[in-house]
Design a protein around this ligand. Sequence first.
Ligand code: ADP
Ligand code: MG
Length: 405
Amino acid sequence: MDIIVQKFGGTSVATHENRERVVTRILNEYKKGNKVVVIVSAIGRKGDPYATDSFLNLVNRKKLSTREIDLLVSCGEIISAVVLANHISDKGYRTIVYTGFQAGIETDDKYGNADIISVNPQNILNSLKEDKIVIVAGFQGITKDGNITTLGRGGSDTTAVALGEALKCKYVEIYTDVDGIMTADPRVVPDARLIEKICYQEVYQLAEDGAKVIHPKAVEIAERGNIEIKIKNTLKECDGTIITTKEATNFYSKDSKWNDRIISALTYKKNRAQVIIEINGNKYNTNLLLKEITERNISIDLINFFVDKKIFTIDEEDVNLLEDILKNSNCNFKIIRNCCKISAIGHRMRGIPGVMSRIVAALAESNIEILQTADSHTTIWCLIREKDMEKALRALHREFCLDDK
Ligand code: ADP
Ligand code: MG
C-alpha cells in the first residue's frame, strides 16, 4: 500500500466550502486504498481571523521573545488541522491530528525560520496501520530542548516534503489556489501558462527568487530524496505540475514545441534596495564593512565589487540598519529604494549566447531602465524599479514566447 502526502495551503482550507473540496481530494486517495497523510497551513490569508498575521497582530512583537512568537503562530496550523479532521470524521472516517512535535519533526532553534534536523514518523506510521487518515499541523517542529519552533513563511510545504521523505511516500501533492507552476506569477502576468513538468533545480531557483508557489527548502528536500511533487489546484480539476529530475523533464527534446524555450519561467522579488558605495581613497576597509553587515544579519545580493565602488542590494527592511553602518564610514553612498529583482530562469540557456542581449533589448523597448544585472548558468537577474515590474515581466514573457500555446 502506498503512502500519499497531501498539503493544503491557507486559501484551500479558508471556507467551509473549500474544506469540503479538500475532503474530496483526501478521500479520493484514501478510497483508492492509499494511506493518506495530510498537512495543513493556517486557515485563510492576511485579515482572516485564524491566519498567521492575525495572531501576530494580537501582540507587540518588539516586546515578545522569538520563542513565544513561534508558540503563538504555531496555533494557527493546529486549529486548521483539527477543523479539517472534523470535516472528515463527520463523514464517518477515522482521523487523528498531530502537531509538528507529535509528528516527530525535530528542528534547530532558529525561531521563526527553523530548519528540520530529523523526522521520526513512528506515531504517523502507527496511526496509518490503524487505518486512520493522519492530519498534521504544518509549519512547525520542536527543538531538542522541547521548544516549539516554526519553519518560516510557506513552511508547511517543507513539513509535507520532509514527512514524505521520512515516510517513503509515493509522491507529495501540494494543493494551492493556482493550477500549478506557471511561466510567471499569474497575478502579475495574465498570459502565464501552466508548466506540465519542471525540474527541481529550476523550481528551486524560482522559489528562492520569490515565486511563493512552493518553499525553496521543500524543493531542496525533494531533490535530495528524489521525491516527486505534484502542484495542483484545490478548487479545480486539472493535472497540475510535476516537479521531478531534469532527465524526466526531457520532453523538451526533439521536435518538441518546448525546444525554443530557453527560458522556462520568470519571477520577481520586490522590496529590494540598491546600495552604491563610493570608496574614498584607501581609507575605507571593505572587510570591516562586510563584517559589520554580517554581524547585523543583513543579507546582501547582486554583489559587484570594483576598486572604487561597491554595489549590492539588500532588503528594504534593512536599509536603516545599513545606513547606520555607512554613516560611520567616511565614504559617499547612495541607496535606491523601491527596486525589484526580476529573474529569468531556464536550464537550457546554459551555453546559448545572446540571452542577455534579448533581455536588455526587450526591456529597453519598454523604456525600462536596468539598474544592475547578474547571471549564472541557469538564471539572469535584472534589478529594475518596482514601478516597472509588471511591464518588465510582461515584456520578457512575450520576448521568450512563454505565452505561446
Ligand atoms: P498557499 O497558501 O496554498 O501555500 P501561496 O500563496 O503560498 O499559496 O502560493 C500560491 C501563490 O503563488 C499563487 O497564488 C501565485 O500568485 C503565486 N505565484 C508566484 N509565482 C508563481 C508561479 N510561477 N506559478 C504559480 N504561482 C505563482
Ligand atoms: Mg505557500
